[in-house]
Design a protein around this ligand. Sequence first.
Ligand SMILES: [Fe+2]
Ligand SMILES: [Fe+2]
Length: 344
Amino acid sequence: MNDPGRAHAEFLSTLSVLYVEDDALVRAQLTRFLERRVKHLAVAENGRAGLEAFRTGHHDVVITDIKMPEMDGLQMAEQIKASSRDIPIIVITAYSDRDYLIRAIELGVNRYVTKPIDPDLLVEAIYRAVEVRFKQQEVDRANRRVRDTLEQTVMAMARAIELRDPYTDGHQKRVALLAAAIAEDMGLPPERVDGIRLGALVHDVGKIQVPTEILSKPGALRDVERNIVRLHAKAGEELLGGIDFPWPIAQMVLRHHERLDGSGYPDGLKGDELTLETKIIAVADVAEAMSSHRPYRPALGVKAAIEELRRGSGRIYDGSVVDSCIRVLESRPELIGPPSSPGS
Ligand SMILES: [Fe+2]
Ligand SMILES: [Fe+2]
């Protein structure tokens, strides 16, 4: 791959190209040349036909002559750029087309090649025009890999806490499913939904600091024990605070037991002091916890959870989050059910 010519040729062989030219002779020559070098070639004989071909197919790059009957290359380029700003367009031009060239630059045409066409220069132009886009795609892929790794690490943390605490096995995962479904129902963008899912997935990670005897104790907890359990919110924040997530995960974890009226913990925050993320995870957590078995009581079921949310709606829990949660649970109760059996 050190030979740039070879690298360009290999790159070219992966592309789908749309070529628009009205001159039959030039078109035949260049079609023969391109056909052997690109993965897929679509050919059109004027701007209108080119636009039609562009709209009905997938193309990585458009190569077009300028002066053509019906619709010229620049009118076509203008329409293509209006719908797909990123698609690279290369114009083929004669020196006499200088005015056209200025317009081409204004339209955002990426490259130009002068007539008579030097095939090597055309290949170079295609490579240069497309490489920016492909490099961006590579960066996007790398970012996705980093994010996947981050999610896998977070899931490993979630599993670690649930291994210690078999009674809440699967709790965080179900809360994550429900919280994400609520966020989607509320129309939040996918990026924000992802953050909420991840925050919910580790919201109880701080329980790693709570002795197992307390976590799995049947019957009611004594005050001192309850206070120890409550430390898990702050402990979770401390565990996650050093990780540079693209979302405020540590804050979601810290505040998932805060309540709208200030009756929650650890800081007794109220209303607007709580982010939507926190309010969603709080509601999903309560709904899941009530629906499932706990060491000190059997599962109460989805219906009881919905009743509890209705009672606290607008007072303890955010009203619109509760509305969404109920909508989600009524249409998809399986998200947090069926109620788990002891130890499941
Ligand atoms: Fe919790
Ligand atoms: Fe929880």
